[in-house]
Write a protein that binds this ligand. Structure first.
Ligand SMILES: [Zn+2]
Length: 202
């Protein structure tokens, strides 16, 4: 179970964004899945308290189910990206169905043309097609925040692995709620104390 993405992936899939190229102490904070009735308000309130902007890769069917939460995310100044309509796995989904599912997510007007494949699973063919339209965003720091009772470990996963330009993945779903409640704020405060700021410019 990787926390830090091995560098070999950067070479194998050069057209995907694994990490941003910057000399500044900047990080890109991303939240997958969602909106989620339980977890989204928690995340938004923490980000608001700390005046941090993040990127939310939302699932289309959750957007439809929770339009108010979606608006809240956008109103708060965060960036919204595409995470398919029904959280499809690129490895086992027919390409036409996969691309259709991604298009179906495109209902929010002011959404950035950024895409994150669910489970990080995407094929070379899918990349080739999708990169014409989207920036495909992966990560270099995977926190495992959806695993139970991991709040201390998540904080360590973040603090021990970030570097300039890191893209951190957290989850905007109910599985992550308790961990985020226990460790998100203090992790972000610590990152700020280390001199990091947060960007949403892709
Ligand atoms: Zn996901």
């Amino acid at each position: 179970m990787f926390v830090k993405t091995p560098k070999i992936f950067f070479k194998l899939f050069p057209s995907i964004i694994w990490k941003k190229n910057t000399d500044e102490k900047k990080l890109w904070l991303t939240f997958d899945d969602g909106p989620c009735l339980k977890t989204t308000p928690l995340i938004l309130s923490i980000l608001n308290d700390l005046k941090i902007k993040a990127t939310f890769f939302l699932v289309g069917q959750n957007i439809e189910q929770f339009p108010e939460l979606t608006n809240e995310i956008i109103k708060s100044g965060h960036i919204v990206g595409n995470h398919t309509y029904s959280h499809k796995d690129g490895f086992i989904t027919n390409n036409a169905i996969y691309f259709n599912d991604i298009e179906k997510n495109n209902k929010i007007e002011n959404k950035a043309m950024i895409f994150r494949p669910p489970y990080g699973r995407i094929t070379f063919t899918q990349i080739k097609y999708l990169r014409k339209k989207y920036k495909i965003i992966m990560w270099d720091v995977f926190t495992w925040d959806f695993k139970k009772n991991r709040s201390k470990r998540i904080k360590k996963n973040i603090l021990n692995n970030v570097e300039k330009g890191s893209i951190i993945v957290l989850h905007n779903n109910s599985k992550s709620y308790q961990n985020l409640k226990e460790s998100l704020k203090s992790s972000l405060v610590e990152l700020k104390n280390l001199g990091y700021s947060f960007s949403t410019t892709w």
